[in-house]
Design a binder for this molecule. Structure first.
Ligand SMILES: Cc1cc2nc3c(=O)[nH]c(=O)nc-3n(C[C@H](O)[C@H](O)[C@H](O)COP(=O)(O)O)c2cc1C
Ligand SMILES: CCCCCCC(=O)C(=O)O
Length: 380
């Protein structure tokens, strides 16, 4: 619960901002100064001609908030309850792999910042740090585990087991990455986080990713990651197998079609994440925000519907929540914060995003998420 007094939120933010970049474009430019072309391009770019990447952000402008006034917004409650746990705000960290390409502290820095600001952290399968290492530095804070289904199912199940044992609270199965998208900037830069030599001394130098394997030489790690990323046979039967192997709630990430959302519910899935992977997979697909309303209709409140791809500002979060998202996840913005200033940089990004979101909710004339879900949005 936040008591809004004399615009404290804004004044606090101003006094602690110093010279740190404030908005997404400034953050991206600052990160560009810090990173080599390969890692910068890998994070920034997306698939094909980047049509979907552009649409993801531009489409938010088609939706306009129609605010209410005279509603007494002096007390704001942004709490949301998902799978029995109540979070102070509906803002999550999207699963993003190989964070060491942005900063040596990688996921450790992000997870610690997330814990401080109470953003639930979704750890990627292809993290630079092991499940247990991240759990150790973020005790008590909420963490979910994102799974890339491996061609070797036993690897998938071992990752799930480790996540369970380390206290992770849900499994997020990403289904839009059965193979990597066509990413021209990476081809141009001849960059892959899996490149031999690059991997060594960066994220794959410790037994971080495949700690359940018998040995951890570079080739083994790289081949195992490839097995996880390239799994074109993934289908609904695998979902049933996964359900048998864990008692944790399972979410599917990458849903864009309302019929897939319905199927997910019918197959016993506990939640979905509407996402097009930030435009990094199939170029030309629908903007994530355009996919959201029909999916929300199809799901009809029966399971949580999280959202990502294109969230850059608090008002974007307000629009997605008003269109029915249970919570929203941020991706690239926190990576730019990480590249610019390590943990402190991520904290700055989360702080600004949180405050801008709170200000945007209050200025919409609503006081809690129930009211926010009913806020009028018009599409032009
Ligand atoms: C560098 C990078 C790595 C990513 N790695 C993963 C990953 O390991 N697993 C996953 O499910 N999604 C991954 N994503 C996708 C994000 O979870 C999220 O869907 C996307 O970043 C949202 O788009 P936005 O960053 O433009 O908001 C990655 C995205 C980026 C930018
Ligand atoms: C380490 C190989 C690439 C992993 C894929 C990570 C991802 O999802 C992305 O969008 O990039």
């Amino acid at each position: 619960m936040t008591n809004i007094k004399n615009n404290d939120l804004l004044l606090d933010t101003i006094s602690s901002t110093e010279n740190f970049p404030i908005n997404f474009n400034e953050l991206e430019q600052a990160a560009k100064q810090k990173l080599a072309a390969g890692p910068f391009g890998y994070i920034r770019s997306s698939a094909g001609g980047e049509e979907t990447y552009r649409k993801n952000t531009e489409s938010f402008a088609k939706y306009s908030i129609v605010p209410r006034f005279l509603t007494d917004v002096s007390v704001l409650n942004t709490e949301v309850t998902i799978f029995g746990r109540t979070y102070p705000h509906p803002l999550f960290i999207a699963p993003v792999g190989v964070n060491k390409i942005a900063h040596v502290d990688g996921e450790i820095a992000v997870a610690k910042a997330a814990a401080k600001y109470e953003f639930p952290y979704i750890q990627s399968t292809v993290s630079s740090y092991a499940i247990e290492e991240i759990a150790a530095v973020t005790e008590g804070s909420s963490k979910w585990y994102q799974l890339y289904w491996s061609q070797n199912k036993e690897i998938s199940f071992s990752m799930v087991k480790r996540a369970e044992e380390a206290g992770y609270e849900a499994i997020v199965l990403t289904v839009d990455t059965v193979m990597l998208g066509w990413r021209e900037e990476d081809i141009r830069n001849q960059f892959s986080p899996l490149k031999r030599g690059f991997a060594k001394g960066n994220y794959a130098s410790d037994p971080v990713f495949m700690a359940s394997l018998p040995d951890y030489d570079e080739d083994t790690i790289i081949n195992s990651i490839i097995e996880n990323i390239y799994h074109p046979s993934l289908n609904w039967d695998n979902i049933a197998e996964l359900k048998e192997r864990t008692s944790l709630p399972i979410l599917i990430k990458g849903i864009l079609h309302p019929d897939d959302a319905k199927l997910a519910f019918e197959k016993g899935i506990d939640g979905i994440i509407v996402s097009n992977h930030g435009g990094r997979q199939l170029d030309g697909v629908i903007a994530s925000i355009d996919a959201l309303p029909t999916i929300v209709d199809a799901v009809a409140g029966r399971i949580p519907v999280l959202f990502d791809s294109g969230i850059r500002r608090g008002s974007d979060a307000v629009k997605a929540l008003a269109l029915g998202a249970t919570a929203v996840c941020i991706g690239r913005p926190f990576l730019w914060g990480l590249a610019s200033g390590g943990q402190a940089g991520v904290e700055r990004v989360l702080e600004n995003f949180l405050q801008e979101t709170k200000v945007s909710i209050s200025l919409s004339g609503v006081r809690n998420l129930n009211e926010l879900h009913k806020l009028k949005i018009v599409k032009s």
